[in-house]
Design a protein around this ligand. Structure first.
Ligand code: HEM
Length: 486
């Protein structure tokens, strides 16, 4: 009897599920289904596991998409996901679907309506207001910070010279976050000398909670998230971070209103630019705080992860390291800081950065909600579904030619490559592409110049194991060794 009841319940659930997946969403034909679909759970079982298995699954989905013209379907529960690698379809989807996937909401009690998490009119207004704050002239003001921070990094690494392999990611993360705090808040803003360390630990912990919630689908239930204590810790951390940023903002605001304010730095910190906007009532204090925190969190981990991959790739390919070193030596025959005029002379260095980002796409995906039907080349995405633009997959499409897995910066020196410029999506693409691209490129160039002038790096990327947790992170095999150049 119980068996019969169970059978009937399961049958009804399967019928409802099939109706929601295949009928309710609309009449448009779905792209080929990724293998492993089960009734009711769909492909949800493939997400179980750690970040390593998630990355294996993501890569396998991208391969399947490429086999089928650049789009496949994945079903999570009853939700339809279009998984896209085709560069043209990726651009269409990126521009047509400006609303983020619900997973971004998990960071909202911390980042609020900051650029990365917001959608709709709020996003549009903020994007327009903030674009000038990320422009080339503003970023060039930060060169002094980029130079001094790069020198600090190089000095910190001295203890590892001729001392065998070590984990360089720890150093890169810490310096990158410090650089972002300096350029965002301005150095004189800190009463507390440990401000940056405290801020970094809180950012690390809250990001790990947000990531867990995204990966472990049972934590997506508010009740379970609360019951296992993660909600409480998440809220505590969000408050710590908000209070820290608010304190700096309030002090600066007060000094501005009573006329005692000077930034104390030669450059104008990002926060000061936002405070100017608030004087025209364009942004509230809360919005300023959310955008400052968003800038820091979107910027520091992405840049430091990419730099760590660049060092591993250069350490694995000594002939490429020799070439970039030759370029750096030509532009900087004596020991001096990187100046504005040097940046465009670093052509091979730029090729190395782009090629590294192509191979190790630090922000591997962007997830969007499909608000209205969107026509791709061969399919129409149904309103109410989700789409995942697989940025790392687009970097392996046939448009890149043969040997897509090979690290070959020379491909960027050929003016005809990539044949379709939309194929390079390391900084995402379309209207919601990365706002900090210029900042990232300039700061990474400065770091590479100072690092490579002082050290020769050795590594072995064949041991590298990666995990997917919003960003692409190394798990093991990423250590490098450094020796001083003579
Ligand atoms: C190598 C370094 C970087 C990489 C690879 C990178 C990559 C990306 C990617 C893939 C996105 C899309 C994310 C998504 O849709 O979920 C994005 C968005 C964004 N990035 Fe970056 N980023 C980098 C550095 C930076 C820096 C340094 C900043 C700030 C100074 C920054 C600020 C932003 C912002 C504000 C957005 C949201 C844009 C919007 O939705 O309108 N990024 N970035």
């Amino acid at each position: 009897m119980i068996g019969l009841i169970l059978f009937c319940v399961l049958t009804i659930l399967c019928v409802i599920w099939a109706w929601m997946v295949y009928v309710k969403g609309g009449h448009h034909k779905l792209p080929p289904m990724y293998p492993g679909l089960l009734p009711i759970v769909g492909h949800m079982h493939l997400l179980i596991g750690d970040g390593l298995s998630l990355w294996r699954t993501a890569k396998s989905i991208a391969v399947e998409a490429m086999k089928h013209g650049g789009v496949v379907t994945v079903i999570l529960g009853y939700r339809v996901y279009y998984m896209i690698t085709d560069p043209e379809d990726a651009l269409t989807a990126a521009n047509a679907c400006l609303q983020k996937h619900f997973a971004y909401d998990y960071a909202k009690s911390w980042l609020g309506e900051g650029l990365i998490t917001s959608s709709g009119e709020v996003w549009k207004r903020h994007r327009k207001l903030l674009t000038p704050a990320f422009s080339l002239p503003v970023t060039l003001n930060f060169l002094e910070v980029f130079n001094s921070q790069s020198r600090k990094l190089v000095d910190n690494l001295k203890v590892h010279v001729a001392n065998g392999p070590f984990d360089h990611t720890v150093y890169l993360r810490s310096i990158a976050l410090e650089t972002f705090c300096l350029t965002a808040f301005g150095i004189t803003g800190f009463e507390d000398k440990n401000f940056i360390q405290k801020y970094m630990h809180a950012v690390d912990e809250i990001l790990s909670i947000v990531t867990q919630r995204f990966q472990k689908f049972w934590l997506q239930s508010d009740t379970i998230f609360k019951l296992c204590g993660l909600q409480k810790r998440h809220d505590e951390l969000a408050k710590i971070l908000a209070d820290m940023s608010d304190k700096v903002i309030q002090r600066k605001k007060l000094a501005r209103s009573n006329g005692t304010y000077t930034s104390g730095t030669k450059y104008k910190p990002f926060l000061d630019l936002l405070l100017e906007l608030s004087e025209d009532n364009a942004l509230t204090d809360k919005e300023i705080r959310e955008e400052v925190d968003t800038g820091i969190v979107t910027g520091f981990d992405t840049s430091s992860s990419l730099l760590s991959y660049i060092m591993i790739l250069l350490g694995t390919h000594p002939e490429i390291q020799d070439k970039i070193y030759q370029e750096i030596k030509e532009v900087f025959p004596i020991d001096r800081d990187v100046e504005k005029e040097d940046l465009q002379k670093l052509v091979y260095t730029e090729a190395v950065i782009k090629e590294s980002l192509r191979i190790f796409t630090t922000g591997p995906v962007t997830l969007r909600y499909v608000e209205k039907d969107v026509k791709l080349k061969n399919y129409t995405m149904r309103a109410g579904s989700q789409c995942v633009i697989m940025l790392f997959g687009a970097h392996r499409e046939p448009v890149w030619g043969k040997n897509v897995e090979q690290f070959r910066p020379e491909r960027w020196l050929d003016p005809g490559m990539p044949a379709n410029p939309a194929a390079f999506v390391g900084f995402s693409l379309g209207k919601r592409s990365c706002l900090g691209k210029t900042y990232a490129m300039i700061s990474m160039k400065a770091t590479l110049v100072h690092f490579l002038k002082r050290y020769k790096v050795t590594a072995d990327d064949s041991n590298l194991r990666l995990r997917f947790d919003f960003l692409l992170k190394p798990v093991s095999g990423h250590e490098i060794t450094v020796e001083e150049r003579v």
